[in-house]
Write a protein that binds this ligand. Structure first.
Ligand code: 4AD
Ligand code: MG
Length: 477
């Protein structure tokens, strides 16, 4: 028997009339004759031609949708339409049966809601196969980008005592014996829940990343982060992956340049590497759009949107300039913003971000210099005393995809800001040490990985671009 060949390689083979072994899961079996077989290496199935007259009927009955099979046969140039090669089966072995009465995934289009409920099997559909191959390529391209630029991949802790964003949205970590919980004055003493002290799951690796950058110059983290916000939106998860570069001797302009270059690099990589998957996802969206009235359909299809993003500079403007635009704008002729933009100082809602990107500039936007009161304590204060050197990148259909800043490297300014915000300096003594010993200008940002995957796949719900989404009440597997 020849060794197994993956279906992607088989379909790209220039050789025919050779013996091959393919293994995969049956996607469809037509007329007792044609098996559509898929092994996840590509969205395309290989057609297996079965000589049903000379095949044991008991075996034929076991070739059902979802079954795992191994096929040995001859690869030939196909006579039929829709494929260039096919395999004439000589022997078929059933590796794992699948009861067609019980198998939830049928050879038809299932709704995304249905597939979310069957998330353990949704990998076996064309849509989710494409999404997770694209996700993989984007992750790989991120490492490649930083590797080419001499960044060090730094692993920051998942369990930590700090709340980098200071938003109090942390999950506690506990090793308490629930039958014997330590109490102080009758109340559970959470200050002891991690072997005698308090700890939580990280919301961001940034503060630890800064420690690395203050010695290695350029580092990045890429790992899971956790937010205990009880938000049930299409853009939020309780567990999401974040890429956080941190660069010494860099300012806000370097930060913007790096973020824009990173986004363009990884999108271009996926467009090239996952051409067929992205074409499939584009067609999927076009089919979905056909249900909508003409005037609600998008001007560009998915591939065009991605190419457009690569071909144009991101628009860069300050928060203050954005507020001036928003004060003068209404989302469409009749409608007002749900949250009218009243004045300087308020945080932008996602409707405002999306208006700027989708209606006003019609391209990705980088907003800088936000009011200091709506941003985190570690951002560098600008000379005006009101704003900080923050930057958010806003993407069409997504809203905020990146959040970052130049960091406050001046010890006195940082301590003063922490005092104003009531952030305990003694708990972050290690962070402040970098400002005490050899402080220097530095900057960094966080890219939400799932929001990037959403953009590149054109999917509408963040729960569909992570293999095992975590959101309120969902943690089964
Ligand atoms: O803006 P955020 O909260 O920034 C930070 O955590 C900084 N410490 C990053 C840094 O400067 N190193 O989060 C960064 C990005 C957001 O722009 C968004 O893309 C994503 O992380 N994000 C989420 N993605 C999914 N679900 C959530 N609940 C998210 N919260 C933030
Ligand atoms: Mg943010």
């Amino acid at each position: 028997m020849s060794t197994r060949i993956k279906i992607k390689a088989l379909l790209e083979s220039t050789q025919t009339d050779i013996d091959v072994t393919v293994k995969g899961w049956v996607r469809a079996f037509r007329q007792n004759r044609f098996i559509a077989l898929n092994d996840g290496s590509t969205n395309n199935n290989v057609q297996i031609v079965v000589d049903f007259e000379n095949t044991d009927p008991a075996l034929l009955k076991r070739i059902t949708v979802g079954a795992a099979i191994s096929v040995y046969g001859k690869l030939i140039a196909s006579q039929g339409k829709g494929q260039t090669v096919e395999v004439i089966a000589e022997t078929i072995e059933i590796l794992g049966d699948s009861d067609p009465e019980k198998y939830p995934i049928q050879p038809k289009k299932h709704s995304l809601e249905f597939l979310r409920e069957n998330a353990h099997l949704r990998f076996r559909t064309s849509t989710f196969g494409a999404i997770f191959r694209v996700r993989h390529s984007l992750a790989f391209a991120i490492h490649k980008f930083f590797e080419e630029r001499g960044f060090v991949y730094l692993h920051t802790p998942i369990i930590t005592a700090s709340d980098a964003e200071g938003a109090g949205e942390t999950f506690h970590v506990t090793n308490f014996d629930l039958n014997n919980v330590p109490k102080v004055d009758g109340e559970v003493d959470y200050k002891q829940d991690f072997f005698g002290r308090s700890a939580n799951l990280t919301v961001s690796g940034q503060l630890e990343g800064e420690l690395g950058a203050m010695a290695l110059s350029d580092i990045y983290t890429f790992g899971p982060t956790f937010r205990a916000e009880n938000s049930n939106t299409t853009r939020h998860l309780a567990e999401f992956w974040m890429i956080e570069p941190e660069m010494a001797f860099a300012d806000i302009i370097d930060n913007m340049d790096t973020a824009e270059a990173l986004l363009k690099y990884v999108i271009a990589y996926a467009l090239d590497k996952n051409k067929e998957d992205i074409e499939f996802l584009t067609q999927r969206l076009l089919d979905e759009e056909k249900q909508k009235p003409q005037n609600e359909r998008s001007e560009m299809n998915l591939i065009e949107k991605l190419q457009f993003c690569l071909a144009n500079n991101f628009e860069r403007l300050t928060y203050t300039e954005a507020i001036d635009i928003l004060k003068e704008s209404t989302p469409n002729k009749k409608k007002k913003f749900q949250y009218p933009v009243e004045g300087w100082g308020t945080d932008l809602q996602s409707e405002h971000e999306r208006y700027l990107v989708e209606k006003h500039f019609k391209k990705p936007v980088i907003l800088t210099d936000y009011p200091k009161d709506i941003k985190s304590f570690y951002m560098r204060q600008n000379d005006d005393g009101k704003t900080v050197a923050a930057m958010d990148i806003l993407f069409p259909g997504i809203g905020e995809i990146v959040g970052g800043s130049q960091r406050e490297e001046r010890l006195d300014k940082l301590e003063q800001r922490m005092d104003e915000l009531g952030i305990p300096k003694d708990e972050l003594w290690w962070y402040l040490d970098t400002r005490r010993f050899g402080s220097c200008p530095h900057a960094g940002f966080g890219l939400g990985f799932e929001r990037l995957v959403l953009f590149v796949t054109g999917m509408g719900n963040i729960r569909d671009v992570i293999p095992f989404p975590r959101f309120p009440k969902n943690a089964e597997f």
